[in-house]
Design a protein around this ligand. Structure first.
Ligand SMILES: [Zn+2]
Length: 312
């Protein structure tokens, strides 16, 4: 399909607490953005209705600005069957077997793509962000949990069941701390931002009530003993996970995103060194911070929508 001047796609990145949305031009330029609360406590049906209403509002905003909304891209967390346009399961938003692509396409009358938030983020980093000019990339988002996207030649692998990239559930410490998935010793039970904060708080004798992973990183950088220990455990666990990732995928570039990746050299310097120690015959990947911040998911949603147009 040839895109006219003034063409935009409507992009939505649905998270557990907020929906990031934008109107995005085919070259990746964001011409308008909005945020809305997800209201996940209201249940799946209400969340779906909010998604559709917000998407409709964005399409109307585009038209009133003289732009032409040509397609819609929606990305969500959980297990997403991209080919069938179904959200099979989403813990944060309570989705189960929701045919979201069809619901949205019917309501807006636009070609619609449905994808997974982290895979879309990886796609955006690969095509527009820190992984440009890289054919083989692993994007790892470290926040409340840890998830990844393996992007090859501009396409993120979905897996046979829409569940590829559950990097946080690599078993790295058998018998270790309990994970939200029901098992013990998963990577995200040790190295996610929430795990780092929890571990520090648990070990601090007369510790502060609440401390974030970023504060643990700062205290570690300042030489505090307990923070240094907790941070080192997280970095070592991440290095174990990334070494496994490199054995599986043999990528050129690993892009780290999410809140924890903002720790800068305090994360990247020791992580590079620990990863190097764990690699034997595998080539060391370039390890870089994400470039698109929290816009990655929205940009990825737009790319999926544009890909859909190109195929039609
Ligand atoms: Zn797990």
């Amino acid at each position: 399909m040839r895109l006219r001047d003034g063409t935009v796609v409507v992009a939505l990145d649905v998270g557990g607490t907020g929906i990031k949305c934008a109107l995005i031009r085919p070259d990746g330029a964001v011409v308008h953005s909005e945020r809305h609360p997800t209201g996940a406590h209201r249940g799946a049906e209400a969340v779906v209705d909010t998604i559709l209403t917000v998407a409709e509002g964005l399409a109307a905003t585009a038209r009133s600005a003289g732009l032409t909304p040509a397609a819609l891209g929606i990305v969500v967390p959980g297990i997403v069957d991209q080919a069938r346009g179904m959200v099979l399961w989403g813990a944060n938003v309570g989705f189960r077997d929701v045919p979201l692509r069809k619901l949205a396409a019917d309501r807006l009358g636009l070609p619609t793509a449905l994808g997974h938030d982290v895979r879309a983020g990886g796609l955006a980093e690969a095509r527009l962000g820190a992984g440009q000019d890289t054919e083989h990339l692993l994007f790892v988002a470290i926040g409340t949990g840890i998830a990844a996207a393996h992007v090859v030649a501009g396409t993120a692998a979905t897996g046979a069941h829409g569940a590829a990239g559950e990097f946080g559930h690599i078993l790295i410490r058998p018998g270790g701390p309990p994970c939200g998935c029901g098992r013990s010793g998963c990577l995200e039970a040790i190295a996610s931002a929430s795990a780092v904060a929890r571990r520090y708080t648990d070990l601090a004798a007369a510790g502060p009530a609440v401390i974030t992973a970023a504060e643990v990183a700062q205290r570690a950088a300042a030489g505090e003993e307990l923070a240094t220990r907790v941070w080192r455990e997280a970095v070592e666990a991440l290095a174990d996970g990334l070494a496994t990732g490199q054995a599986l995928f043999d990528v050129e570039t690993v892009v780290l995103g999410g809140g924890l990746a903002q720790a800068g050299p305090g994360l990247f310097d020791p992580l590079r060194s620990e990863l190097r120690d764990r690699l034997t015959f595998h080539r060391e990947p370039r390890l870089v911070p994400a470039a698109l911040g929290d816009q990655a998911g929205c940009l990825g949603a737009a790319l999926l929508a544009l890909d859909q147009l190109e195929m039609s």
